[in-house]
Design a binder for this molecule. Sequence first.
Ligand SMILES: N[C@@H](CCC(=O)N[C@@H](CS)C(=O)NCC(=O)O)C(=O)O
Length: 255
Amino acid sequence: MEYVEVEQARGMPGLRLVLTRDVPGPWGEAAKAFFQVKGLPFVAAAQIGGGANEALRAWTGQTSAPVAAWNDEPPVWALDDILFLAERLAPEPALIPGDPAERALLFGLAHEITGRDGLGWARRLCLFELNLGDRPAPDGPAGDLPRRYGWVPGAGPAARRRVIEVLGLLRDQLERQRERGSPWMVGERLSALDLIWAAFATMLAPFPHELCPMSEPMRALYDHRTPDVEAALDPLLLEHRERVYREHLTLPLDF
Ligand SMILES: N[C@@H](CCC(=O)N[C@@H](CS)C(=O)NCC(=O)O)C(=O)O
């Protein structure tokens, strides 16, 4: 993916997405997927994972990615705000169901994947544990991300339980949908929830290198699974991720 600097993106019109450079970050891949499915082109600007990202702070008041900016509107960085922006700019294909019960289900399950203490949050704590073991976050910049996202020694087992719990929830939902005759996670068609699951699956079981060419250290982290997490990653979930990428997104991933 070609990136411009954040300062440059800030001065541009149209749609800009700030994305973590060289990493298939799950929030960022989900945001990209919303716009790709809607056929909305964007300029990518580079955030550096765990970096100071001063230009991004000056523009948005925070340093995380993804961020979406449309013309001179205030930039948005919560994933549901990014989804609502995509829906507004291109209402079709709709990624939020019209039916209120399906909509509530979508946002509930999406929060369990992307929100505080959700799958992504808990998986991130598991990855900190791989690096830090039973140590606290180190002083200085290397400890910034673990500190920001709540790492404390001993947080690993509860985070793993949470990952397993959410994987079970998603598998049960897919099974229920199959029984009703739908291959999609809610309703009868692709929704934001399918795209979100596909993006977040990468931090539990990345596609092979040809389809997801990331650095070895990153792959070693994302591809590490304890036996209990491996067992919770039902083949149905991974088949679904593959279907979403093959039918609605593009492979290899481009970041
Ligand atoms: N903004 C997203 C969360 C995105 C997120 O957690 N991004 C992380 C990726 S690991 C990030 O960029 N962290 C770096 C930072 O906070 O400086 C949301 O509200 O749902």
